[in-house]
Ligand binder design. Structure first.
Ligand SMILES: *Cc1c(COP(=O)(O)O)cnc(C)c1O
Length: 370
């Protein structure tokens, strides 16, 4: 078990924010090694191993792509490659990151059909189905980080497929903390990042195409208006430079090395038991907060594993008290701004001991010290 506080700069709090998570010791060690070449045999083997592990974790048989940038870089790539200006997309307004998807779709000159979602409730697949009847695509988050709600991507995928719409999922706050099956679910593009459920440093984005995804990219009337984010640029390097330099740009090798180390850990547990442990920890945190008078934001059954959001009368004073105890958590984001605390359960601090320490701090802050 990681020792709380290890290698966190003494003047900085330990992170239990809604992302990023802190690195495990072993991954930090890997991360802090010398820069290596982003080509050649050693690198190609490492890069391939990471992509294969990511594909396995996401239930994607097609090899995912790893792009320097962040998760959002790959959301942009998904929109650039799977849609064309003027197409219509259904977007679920789940909160901050659902709204972000609407903004991004508008920036890509897509016509947005908004599906409203009540705070704490999962997206209604029926409403998506109705809206998708006249649409080319559906965009939703899997876990909305602003509310800690996990949305029913399997049912939404079915609703999209029945209407012939391409389904793109923002899984940045879910992969590694939830079971995600790109192929079996029928998701055309799933996007994630390393710094949340994958417990690695930020700095790359990950995109996996599912059934029909590459065909949709092929069927475009013209190439996307971005060279870097055109997945066919990345395909070209895989096909022609694959044996020594399978991507068009310099890779952040230290991040990928740390990610490889983290993926080894997750794979060694097996994703089912890893996610089950995350769910247990989230439950302990959620129930503990509820007992202190902070009820969960998500409806029963829709609670996410990596982010616990709970209603609070004075979230800022709880955050402040916890900071004085050396622990940093998050406040709300639209639509929960000023009304909730959010606790991230990812990385080195995602332990029972840290959750208990957090609950003690919250108890003291709300005047319910046992
Ligand atoms: C954190 C987060 C993002 C932003 O990810 P970046 O890696 O910072 O681009 C997007 N969507 C969701 C659901 C997130 O939780």
């Amino acid at each position: 078990m990681p020792s709380p506080g290890a290698k966190t700069p003494p003047e900085l709090p330990e992170l239990m924010i809604a992302g990023p998570g802190e690195l495990h010791e072993q991954d930090l060690e890997a991360f802090s090694h010398q820069v290596i070449a982003h080509y050649g045999d050693h690198w190609v083997a490492l890069h391939t191993r990471v992509l294969e592990a990511l594909g396995a974790l996401m239930g994607a048989s097609r090899r995912p792509y790893l792009l320097p940038g962040t998760g959002t870089t790959c959301l942009d790539a998904a929109l650039f490659n799977l849609f064309e200006a003027g197409q219509r997309v259904v977007v679920a307004n789940t909160g901050f990151f659902g709204i972000r998807l609407m903004e991004m779709a508008a920036a890509h000159n897509l016509e947005v059909i908004e599906v409203p979602v009540e705070v704490g409730e999962p997206i209604s697949p029926d409403r998506v189905a109705d809206a998708a009847a006249n649409a080319d695509g559906v965009l939703t988050v899997h876990v909305e980080t602003a509310t800690g709600v996990r949305h029913p991507i399997e049912d939404i995928a079915r609703a999209a497929a029945e209407n012939g719409a391409v389904y793109v999922v923002d899984g940045i706050s879910s992969v590694g903390g939830e079971i995600v099956e790109v192929d079996a679910t029928g998701i055309q593009a799933l996007v994630t990042g390393p710094q949340k459920g994958l417990e690695a440093p930020p700095g790359v984005g990950i995109i996996a195409l599912g059934p029909g995804g590459p065909e949709r990219v092929e069927a475009r009337s013209k190439r996307p208006e971005s060279w870097y984010l055109d997945l066919k640029t990345w395909d070209w390097y895989r096909a022609h430079w694959g044996a020594w330099h399978p991507h068009p740009v310099t890779m952040p090798t230290n991040i990928v090395v740390a990610l490889a180390s983290s993926l080894d850990r997750i794979s060694s547990y097996g994703i089912e038991s890893w996610v089950a442990a995350r769910a247990d920890l989230a439950k302990r945190c959620r129930e503990g907060l509820r007992d202190l008078g902070l009820p969960p934001v998500p409806a029963a059954g829709a609670e996410a594993n990596l982010v616990v959001a709970a209603w609070a009368d004075e979230p800022a004073s709880i955050q402040e008290h916890l900071l004085s105890c050396g622990v940093m958590i998050s406040g709300g984001l639209t639509p929960t701004t000023g009304k909730v605390i959010r606790v991230g359960l990812m990385g080195r601090t995602a332990t029972h001991a840290m959750v208990d320490r957090l609950l003690d701090g919250v108890a003291a802050a709300v005047g319910k010290r046992a």
